[in-house]
Design a protein around this ligand. Structure first.
Ligand code: BGC
Length: 785
């Protein structure tokens, strides 16, 4: 349904809002009033007797649970909110690589949103993890736009299936917390299109979120909230977004400019100040009233489409949602390492077996860190800790020692970290296997600030060293919202489990994996680097003097580590299972080569969506347990006019296989999947030629590759006075002539190398190669005819 259409079906309570009829009856002041919030969380109502009244609707955070503040509203997570299921954070959700599961999580989030009379859940957040230091990475899905887009679309579709809306955020290039309300993200357009906008584009095209939330920051010096190119040309005109754009809370600096740019709703309330500015601008002839009408219509439409759910809120099953949160937490656990140890039949430590004599060390096992701080902080309906979950599941009184304090918070023992460590070492000495729970304290990562290093707290590493010195059978279980450095200590532990911030059931979910009730199938959606200095944004993060330069261009995450041939701790896409998978018959075939097919319709465009290359791989579960493999398809273009990443994820599928079972997986690639954003032509371009298509278990564990030859677009630029001699020689129409002129003008091959880069205008002005300005003009006319 387009924005212009009304939603006129009466609700369960007989309410109906005829958008066009209501809009036509509003005064300018009333229309302007719709464009900002009433308070922190609701849109402004219009009260009228006898028809034409417009209710306000509530929007609320988001993204991994509902944070509905009943009273004393604030947006930084301080006030209490109603109990809601705290699903795993996006760090965990991203690691599931499972759109079908996230669709179910979305449905549950939607049910809770609806049951609480909320119209829009403020999420998901799909910003790219440019740096592991971003304090808010836990709220984002991946360093890769295909993962962010696919999983983001699944969440949006799930939430919206319940008759409530989403707000896809933060649009765009909000990749750090430092200076987030001012900083200009200085990014070239190709990088924006291929990395930072691509996930948003995918979600908009697949799932049409009801709303999009603009980010605080500037993009190339223009505030996102005032960026007409971003909010109107790209989002609406190119991608076909039909919903409403709202501001992040307090992101509007110039309301009139923002309305003109396409920012419909400013949140939260401005106390009427900016409404008056809009009215004054219209009266002064600085803003067209028709532009106000467009924005007001979008707000009315948001209200109208919210009414059916608001009038029939329904209920939800908190126990069932907790179970889903647990299933999802387990699905996002990444088994990083599980090497064989001595004395266990030559096998690894995981999954744990009865008789292992397990002891648990680490305060985080008892006091879980399961979500991040800030606007996304949910008040959970209940909370599972790993220690209790382990005791419950095993029926054993598993011994425990805290080992350290989290953020210096003493649980009343009155002891310091040295004493806690000594106590843990004594416990570990006699244990069969020691589970050591480590992670980042809340003070390390949060909305509002970034980390400055990747290290775990020193006392935690000291604990691990002391425990491993007395017992080598160590399993480390991590709780963190973004990559930490594992290299300094991971040799001390034969098994390492990345548990992320798994939500209210994170504790039981990770225990399900440790015990083998769930076979781990999470995969890293972000690279774990060896060192911070290896990260592509290093030196350009978080910027200086109000600017952050995205100097690494498209080489974000694994694209960079691959291009620079850098070793990493664990590569993008990595994750072990308790079973093993073999790949056979990786093959790729071209389905159609009719002239490329990337959209050549002008500025921006997308893709015709048709499959161009079909990739096949047969995967066999070669172990003795049922398990899931994520088949990852990467594409590289070895010869191109522009620098392209070595390989890029373009498709993936999570498949569940019984022991011994084989399945052929088929994944299709579109023209767009092979294309790059041409910075001069300002459109997607498919450059014909060879592409290398690989399938594998991670970005660095490719199990087979095939080469396909694909027809492409003509990406030749028009010849102009500033085209070089070499470019002219390359030209299909005048190339031979220019070649003859240059060589005829006594320029040998040795000199050609020198003049090859000389602009034709300079050649003409020097009178070289028999060219003068008039001859050049004729030549160019012929070339471009
Ligand atoms: C955050 C948003 C959030 C909003 C409302 C802002 O500070 O950046 O993600 O939705 O507050 O709480």
């Amino acid at each position: 349904m387009s924005v212009e259409e009304s939603v006129e079906e009466p609700t369960a309570q007989g309410r109906v809002l005829d958008v066009e009829h209501v809009l036509a009856g509003l005064t300018l002041e009333e229309k302007a009033s719709l464009l900002s919030g009433l308070d922190f969380w609701t849109t402004q109502p219009i009260d009228r007797d006898g028809g034409g009244a417009v209710p306000g609707v509530m929007v609320t955070d988001g993204p991994h649970g509902l944070r509905k503040q009943a009273d004393s509203p604030d947006h930084i997570g301080l006030g209490n909110s109603v109990p809601a299921t705290c699903f795993p954070t996006a760090a965990t959700l991203g690691s599931t690589w499972d759109p079908a599961l996230l669709r179910r999580v979305g449905e549950a989030l939607g049910r809770e949103t609806r049951a609480n009379d909320v119209a829009v859940l403020l999420g998901p957040g799909i910003n790219i993890k440019r740096s592991p230091l971003n304090g808010r990475n836990f709220e984002y899905l991946s360093e890769d736009p295909v993962i962010a887009g696919e999983l983001g679309a699944a969440l949006v579709a799930g939430i919206q299936s319940q008759g409530v809306g989403t707000s896809l955020k933060h649009f765009a290039a909000n990749n750090q917390e430092a200076d987030r309300m001012r900083v200009s993200a200085d990014v070239d357009e190709r990088t924006l299109r291929e990395i930072y906008l691509a996930g948003f584009e995918r979600v908009v095209e697949r799932a049409q979120p009801w709303t999009v939330m603009c980010s605080y920051n500037k993009i190339n010096d223009v505030y996102a909230s005032q960026n007409h190119w971003l909010l109107t040309e790209v989002l609406r005109d190119e991608w076909g977004f039909t919903g409403l754009v709202m501001s992040d809370w307090g992101a509007v600096r110039d309301r009139v400019a923002a309305v003109a740019a396409g920012l419909d709703l400013e949140m939260p309330a401005s106390g009427g100040r900016t409404d008056a500015e809009v009215v004054a601008a219209v009266r002064a002839g600085e803003l067209d009233e028709a532009v106000v009408d467009v924005a007001a219509r979008r707000v009315l439409r948001l209200v109208a489409r919210s009414l059916p759910a608001l009038d029939a809120p329904g209920t939800y099953d908190a126990e069932a949602h907790h179970a889903l949160a647990r299933e999802t937490a387990a699905a996002g656990v990444v088994l990083l390492k599980n090497t064989p140890v001595d004395g266990r039949g030559g096998g690894p430590l995981l999954p744990l077996a009865s008789g292992d004599g397990v002891a648990v060390v680490g305060e985080l096992a008892r006091t879980p860190r399961y979500q991040g701080a800030g606007s996304s902080q949910v008040n959970p309906t209940r909370l599972d800790d790993a220690l209790t979950a382990l005791r419950t599941a095993t029926g054993a009184e598993v011994p425990f020692a805290a080992g350290y304090t989290v953020d210096g918070a003493d649980r009343g023992s009155g002891t310091d970290d040295d004493a806690l460590r000594a106590e843990a070492v004594e416990l570990a000495r006699t244990a069969g296997t020691v589970l050591v729970f480590l992670g980042l304290p809340a003070s390390y990562e949060s909305e509002g600030f970034d980390r400055t290093h990747l290290d775990l707290p020193a006392q935690q590493v000291a604990l691990l060293e002391a425990v491993a010195a007395v017992n080598p059978r160590v399993v480390v279980v991590l709780a963190n919202g973004s990559a930490v450095s594992v290299a300094p200590w991971q040799d001390l532990a034969p098994a390492v489990v990345e548990g992320w911030l798994g939500g209210q059931a994170g504790g039981s979910g990770v225990v399900d994996v440790l015990l083998g009730a769930v076979n781990p199938a999470g995969r890293l959606a972000e690279t774990l680097p060896l060192r911070l200095v290896d990260n592509p944004s290093y030196g350009n993060f978080p910027g200086e003097l109000g600017h952050v330069r995205y100097g690494e261009g498209v080489l974000v995450g694994y694209r960079w580590y691959d291009a620079r041939e850098l070793d990493v701790a664990y590569p993008f896409g990595h994750g072990l299972s308790y079973t093993t998978f073999a790949y056979d018959g990786v093959a790729a075939e071209v389905l159609s080569t009719d002239g490329g097919g990337a959209d050549t319709s002008g500025s921006g465009g997308g893709t015709d969506g048709a499959a161009r290359v079909r990739v096949r791989a047969t995967v066999t579960n070669t172990g003795d347990r049922a398990g899931a493999e994520v088949v990852q398809v990467y594409v590289g273009d070895p010869v191109s006019q522009v620098q392209r990443p070595e390989r890029e994820l373009k498709a993936f599928a999570k498949i569940h296989l019984a022991p011994g079972e084989s399945r052929e997986v088929t994944l299709d690639l579109t023209a767009r999947d092979l294309s790059y954003w041409h910075p001069v032509l300002r459109r997607w371009v498919l450059e014909g030629g060879e592409f290398v298509v690989s399938a594998g278990a991670s970005s660095r564990d490719l199990r087979g590759s095939a080469t396909v030859v694909v027809d492409g677009d003509d990406v030749r630029l028009p010849l102009g006075p500033l085209s070089t001699v070499a470019e002219a020689i390359d030209h299909p129409v005048v190339g031979a002539r220019v070649d003859a002129l240059v060589h005829g003008g006594a320029v040998g091959d040795d000199l050609l190398a020198m003049v090859g880069d000389m602009p034709l205008a300079v050649v003409a002005d020097f009178g070289l190669a028999g060219l003068d300005r008039a001859a050049l003009a004729t030549l160019l006319t012929e070339a471009n005819a």
